[in-house]
Design a protein. Structure first.
Lengths: 119, 384
């Protein structure tokens, strides 16, 4: 598992990477009421807006952490956005990306390094 | 950006008398209108909203301005105040409160407010962000008429809102149970002399309590000791007032919105309307009266987004999926926890201000359907 400065997690799954947000990010957002997912097949560049998350208070963007193609999205979140609060590290993954340059993963933090920025 | 000592002093955040209590309750504090205020407690915005609708919520609204206006007698103060606001102040009975607003020379709204007839004087509550400007406006408009304008800075303001509010407060003084919506009363609570009104900003029954600053934390703790009362932050305050269809100054109403455009005609009583005994005689009266004669060109309406996406302030509205130019915009919007759906308010041309009218809002480049809806979204639960 790798972590970004923006509190996203990245988990390798074969030649794909699954992306979600951390418990810390979920706690900061508060009650999530809406998730807008990217279209499957969309080509994204690292840093592009990929997901919109809305809490009661405000809207936040989740950025694509890698260059690549969105190959699968977690449709269940559209009907049950509260999963982002209940299980951010598990069931509430947002999308799977097929990275065009898997070495971009190496730029991100491991769990120990991520802990130092949230603790 | 230029920056000097005066800026720094102005930018320093103020705190309310309840600041230490907020921290001890685990509040997340944010800057709001120059104050460091609780936006939410550990319960979270959704939980706090639901708790207020089903039990009772305690809000710190001490950042709001409290003002006392005194003259020779009530009639003197009332007649003077009627030169600044289009409400019937003179006809307000002792022990009663009304909603009102200051108009500007263009017929726009400088701030909205509550004012009460307290026998020999008027007690007024004004918005935190407008406090300094309002006080200057009151002094400029009223001191020449012999009215003394006093900024009350040694009192906190609490709001206890929700269906359990009466049962909770009546344990501390039985008389509050007899108060009806918009009644005001002096009541000792926990030994402190409090000015209580039966009103609020949630659409629920409840009370607003002006309490001496030194007694504020004790009173808040006493009220919170009741199992039905939870502390509520600004986040839920906003979602509650939005569902109740109540305006937020600087968003839903401002210097560019007239009272009738803002659908606040109900707050201007007969004596001050065209043909009334004391009609006009205030800033912008010509514009306000022209709206009565011609009908306002645009109106504030409720808006129900037809998808799950919340639509926030500034979202443009269109009368078709393809129209090039917006016909209005959303002025407040978000998620309504009681409705379990997004809700919004905004301005649309009068011809489209009809419940059921379909419109489109443009969100992240997509036109999404929105329906004009009656306000409030959640029926008011006042004790009339």
């Amino acid at each position: 598992m790798k972590y970004t400065q923006d509190h996203e997690w990245l988990r390798s799954e074969g030649d794909l990477v699954v992306v979600g947000i951390t418990q810390h990010a979920s706690d900061q957002l508060g009650d999530v009421v809406f998730v807008e997912l990217p279209d499957v097949g969309r080509a994204v560049a690292k840093g592009d807006d990929a997901v919109v998350i809305e809490s009661v208070k405000a809207a936040s963007d989740i950025l694509a952490p890698l260059d690549g193609e969105i190959v699968e999205v977690n449709e269940a979140l559209a009907d049950t956005p509260s999963q982002v609060n209940e299980d951010p590290m598990g069931a509430a993954w947002f999308f799977k990306i097929k990275p065009s340059d898997p070495s971009q993963m190496d730029e991100y933090m491991d769990e120990a390094a991520y802990r130092t920025i949230v603790d | 950006m230029p920056h000097d000592a005066a800026d720094t002093a102005q930018n320093a955040l103020q705190t309310t008398p309840l600041y230490d209590l907020h921290l001890s309750l685990g509040a997340k504090m944010v800057p709001f209108a120059g104050y460091e205020m609780p936006v939410q407690y550990p319960m979270g915005v959704m939980g706090e909203h639901q708790h207020t609708r089903t039990q009772a919520g305690l809000f710190d609204v001490s950042h709001m301005g409290q003002v006392v206006l005194r003259g020779r007698d009530y009639a003197h103060v009332a007649q003077a105040l009627e030169t600044l606001i289009p409400q019937d102040v003179l006809g307000l009975a002792e022990g009663r409160q009304r909603y009102g607003f200051f108009t500007n020379p263009e017929g726009g709204i400088l701030d909205d407010l509550m004012f009460a007839n307290r026998g020999d004087h008027i007690f007024m509550v004004i918005n935190a962000a407008c406090k300094t400007a309002d006080l200057a406006h009151l002094r400029a408009g009223l001191e020449g008429q012999g009215i003394h304008v006093k900024d009350i800075t040694n009192r906190a303001l609490l709001a206890l809102q929700g269906p359990a509010a009466q049962a909770v407060l009546a344990q501390h003084h039985p008389d509050v149970a007899d108060m009806r919506f918009m009644d005001v009363l002096d009541v000792p609570l926990g030994g402190a002399e409090c000015w209580v009104s039966r009103s609020g900003y949630t659409g629920e029954d409840g009370f607003e309590i002006s309490v001496p600053a030194a007694a504020a934390i004790d009173l808040a703790k006493t009220l919170l000791a009741d199992d039905t009362v939870a502390p509520i932050g600004l986040g839920a305050r906003d979602s509650l007032r939005l569902e109740a269809g109540l305006c937020l100054y600087g968003h839903d109403i401002d210097t560019g919105t007239t009272p009738l455009q803002a659908a606040l005609g109900w707050a201007m009583q007969k004596a001050r309307k065209p043909g009334g005994a004391r009609a006009g005689g205030l800033p912008g009266a010509d514009t306000v009266f022209a709206d009565y004669a011609n009908g306002p060109a645009r109106l504030r309406v409720g808006l129900l987004p037809q998808t799950r996406a919340p639509m926030r302030e500034g979202t443009p509205l269109f009368d078709s999926e393809t129209a090039a130019d917006p016909i209005g915009q959303i002025t407040s919007g978000g998620f309504g926890p009681t409705l379990g759906a997004p809700v919004a308010m905004g301005y649309v041309p009068a011809a489209l201000a009809v419940p059921g009218q379909g419109l489109y809002a443009e969100l992240r480049g997509k036109r999404l359907p929105v329906t004009v809806a009656k306000l409030p979204f959640v029926p008011a639960n006042f004790k009339r």
